[in-house]
Design a protein around this ligand. Structure first.
Ligand code: NAP
Ligand code: GDD
Length: 331
């Protein structure tokens, strides 16, 4: 039975990857950082089938102990401070976790067992002010946020350890991928949840920032399968995962409101608080390498994605107390 260690298992992708690896008969170990609340809701349905251990990307000793004790065959490094606006307000923390955290894990692998296969969760945010359309593995980078800069460091240190120490280390450059398990602060979930609350009479407006930005949005479960595929190859290579389509924030909003028969213009309020100091205006990926070498294909269209997220939030509202919703944080 192969053994996989997932960092970031409490996050969106970590929980879907755990689902996927269990189906493949892996032994799954999830690394979580210590917190006073312990937020394990995303993998509650499989909690009896995975082993949860403590570790923190900020603490290199914790990583060495984890690897020595559990000896995984594969590591999926999904942990990060992953929200772009927070990277502007907490740039140093973002650098510590999202950039240097990658080196800490790579060093732990080098010290404990160089044959462990390593996946690094890189991001299309690294393309930033894009130099080429669409973006592929060979497109030059131009990050536009402390998060993008930190991810770029994580990408290059992964390449560097592969080339310097002959390690099986790969960087997956993933474009935006969403699901009903997405964090509430990210645009697609903020919209799907906001629309569901308005449709249910629990809210009267949705405050958003830049509706013109364009993203290449896919469905998260498809993307975690691509991560696994990258680690099953004979040789380590970096891959872009994307749909190859780009849509604006405004299009996402319009389809979401239309799905519940509401006119978005009556509810959406543009709030400058949600504009970013520097924006990534246009992302659209070229997934040809992943398609031809891995056989990877996205399975959900853009309209299907928007609709399934709204449906999931409508269903969630029916099963949860309105008073148990999260506090009003200005994300
Ligand atoms: P997410 O939901 O924000 O999850 C991030 C995870 O990292 C959480 O489990 C979080 O734990 C953990 N974490 C944060 N700081 C940590 C630390 N110091 N030590 C250990 N764990 C820590 O992110 P996601 O959407 O699943 O994305 C997974 C990865 O892919 C991230 O690296 C992200 O940057 C990258 N990525 C995501 C996308 C996308 O569209 N989703 C696209 C490209 C790349 P807590 O629960 O304790 O906070
Ligand atoms: N979050 C948010 N909230 N975004 C908004 C809002 C709002 O109220 N209004 C407009 N937007 C715009 C943002 O300015 C951005 O252009 C776009 O919606 C998408 O924002 P997010 O969903 O927060 O995602 P992101 O593209 O910044 O980053 C995500 O994708 C990256 C891959 O490209 C994150 O998952 C990153 O971790 C990931 O690497």
């Amino acid at each position: 039975m192969p053994k996989a260690l997932i960092t970031g298992i409490t996050g969106q992708d970590g929980s879907y990857l755990a689902d996927f690896l269990l189906q493949k008969d892996y032994e799954v170990i999830g690394m979580v950082r210590r917190s006073s609340t312990g937020n394990f809701t995303r993998f509650k349905h499989i909690q009896d089938r995975i082993q949860i251990i403590q570790g923190d990307l900020i603490d290199p000793v914790s990583l060495i102990h984890v690897l020595e004790e559990h000896r995984p065959d594969e590591i999926y490094n999904l942990a990060a401070q992953s929200f772009v606006p927070t990277s502007f307000s907490q740039p140093l923390l973002t650098g510590e976790v999202t950039a240097l955290g990658v080196t800490r894990m790579l060093e732990a692998i080098r010290i404990v067992d160089k044959t462990i296969r390593f996946y690094q969760a890189s991001s299309s945010e690294m393309f930033g002010k894009v130099r080429e359309v669409p973006q592929s593995e060979s497109t030059p980078f131009y990050p536009r946020s402390p998060y993008g800069v930190a991810k770029l460091y994580g990408h290059w240190i992964t390449v560097n350890y592969r080339e310097s120490y002959d390690m099986f280390a790969v960087s997956g450059i993933l474009f935006n991928h969403e699901s009903p398990r997405r964090g509430l602060e990210f645009l697609p979930r903020k919209v799907s949840r906001g629309v569901a609350r308005i449709a249910a009479g629990l809210a009267s407006e949705l405050r958003l920032g830049n509706l013109e930005a364009r993203r290449d949005w896919g469905y998260a479960p498809d993307y975690v399968e691509g991560m696994w595929m990258m680690l099953q190859q004979d040789k380590p290579h970096d891959y872009v995962l994307a749909t190859g389509e780009t849509h604006s924030v405004g299009e996402f909003v319009r389809i979401a409101f239309k799905h519940v028969n509401l006119d978005w213009e009556k509810y959406v309020v543009i709030d400058p608080r949600y504009y970013r100091p520097a924006e990534v205006d246009l992302l659209v990926g070229n997934p040809t390498k992943a398609r031809t070498e891995l056989g990877w294909e996205p399975s959900v269209t853009f309209a299907e994605l928007v609709q399934l997220m709204v449906e999931a939030d409508l269903a969630l509202l029916e099963t949860t107390e309105p008073s148990s919703s999260t506090p009003n944080i200005n994300w």
